[in-house]
Design a binder for this molecule. Structure first.
Ligand code: ADP
Ligand code: MG
Length: 304
């Protein structure tokens, strides 16, 4: 079952009379129930804008967003607004920045329940918070502490708990682990995986490199300059990357084997000198569920 369909999404920002930033320029993908879609691309490629458009912080310039079978791309009805605010949740990069320092963890986690009046009694609310704390590897004792009393990894768990308590159908994690130490990143990724297995929540996992996307994603979309240049299952992307931009991202992942690492030739990709125009290319089927954005000539050249 498809939870989210993004069809030809465009999000433009008008800077002045002469200049408009095409942050997202015709992006199409879907996320199925219980699936993780990894959206990867360098800084400025439009990842956060896609996330923010989906949760409707912006009015999309063009295209359609279908969430749980409902078209949520236009003006939202009260009911649709509630659907978007409760059944989609976001986890951000810097948990400290979005956790209110004067609020206890209990109140931070329960905030969504408060806003949408999703409990009958205070006892029921607190029980829900304790249960979620346990699910994310914290404990009931933590509920009465303040955000600054936690480590970065723990604060990210609080961020996850805050999202999870709403029982969302989709969690958008926007570079949620990028600021953490690598060992802590792995722990948080494992936690997200575990939660996904238990709850069947779909994830849009946004990252600027492929190193963690590799562990968590079922499907990967490679974003560059507002265009998805390649998309496919994790296996398809890793076994047979076609687009030069995807290849450059793959060679950027450090290998644990020093011999391979030493002999690796970094593939760099520069759009401006590449002769490629993303607006001219079309989505071409490589095979299975694997697609690449290319003109016929580019495709022939890359596939060999
Ligand atoms: P990413 O998350 O991949 O780093 P963003 O989605 O934040 O990329 O930004 C994509 C592009 O859109 C960048 O060029 C950025 O400067 C621009 N941009 C993002 N938000 C706005 C905005 N509100 N107004 C104008 N330009 C924006
Ligand atoms: Mg971003």
């Amino acid at each position: 079952m498809t939870i989210l369909e993004v069809k030809d999404l465009k999000q433009y920002f008008r800077i002045n009379r002469k200049f408009t930033v095409r942050a997202v320029d015709g992006v199409t993908f879907e996320i199925k129930k219980g699936q993780t879609f990894g959206l990867v691309g360098e800084s400025g490629s439009g990842k956060s804008t896609i996330g923010r458009s989906i949760i409707r912080l912006y009015d999309p310039t063009g295209g359609e967003l279908i969430f749980n079978g409902q078209n949520i791309s236009g003006k939202l009805t009260l009911e649709q607004n509630k659907l978007v605010r409760t059944k989609m949740q976001m986890i951000f990069q810097d948990p400290m920045a979005c956790l209110n320092p004067r609020k206890k963890v209990l109140d931070i986690i329960a905030e969504g329940l408060e806003i949408h009046k999703l409990y009958e009694s205070t006892a029921e609310r607190d029980e829900k918070v304790y249960a979620i704390l346990e699910k994310v590897g914290l404990c009931a004792d933590h509920a009465n502490r303040y955000p600054h009393q936690f480590s970065g990894g723990q604060r990210q768990r609080i961020g996850i708990a805050r999202a999870l308590i709403m029982e969302p159908d989709l969690i958008i994690a926007d570079e949620a682990i990028s600021a953490l130490d690598v060992s802590i990143q792995a722990q948080v990724v494992n936690l997200m995986k575990k939660i996904q297995e238990e709850t069947n929540t779909a994830f849009l996992f946004i990252a600027h490199d492929l190193s963690m996307v590799k562990y968590i994603s079922d499907v990967i979309g490679v974003l560059h300059l507002g265009h998805i240049v390649e998309m496919g299952s994790k296996e398809e992307i890793f076994a047979n990357p076609i687009h030069p931009y995807t290849q450059s991202l793959l060679t950027a992942i450090p290998s644990p084997n020093p011999r391979i690492e030493r002999n690796k030739r970094a593939k760099s990709f520069d759009y401006d000198t590449s002769g490629i125009d993303y607006n001219v290319g079309e989505k071409r089927l490589v095979d299975g569920t694997h697609y690449v954005l290319a003109t016929e000539a580019e495709y022939k050249k890359w596939v060999g």
